[in-house]
Write a new protein. Structure first.
Length: 70
């Protein structure tokens, strides 16, 4: 059975360092909306039985107050 090109891209075991850097940058953009962050994020991506476990660690000085739109 042949896989489609897009599906084959999903069957990878690792992320390159460039991809990890882009991923960390994107996560920090969102994190900065909720936290006053300090430094860069670390990403730990581990293969599990059901897929992957992704752990993002970063330092934050405070949690920002979020105003809900009304």
């Amino acid at each position: 059975m042949r896989q489609k090109r897009g599906a084959a891209a999903l069957e990878r075991e690792i992320m390159t360092e460039t991809e990890r850097g882009l991923f960390r940058r994107d996560v920090m953009r969102v994190a900065e909306e909720y936290f006053e962050t300090e430094g860069d994020a670390e990403a730990d991506i581990t293969r599990t039985e059901n897929g992957f476990s992704v752990c993002i660690l970063f330092k934050a000085r405070r949690i920002k107050k979020i105003w809900s739109p009304q």
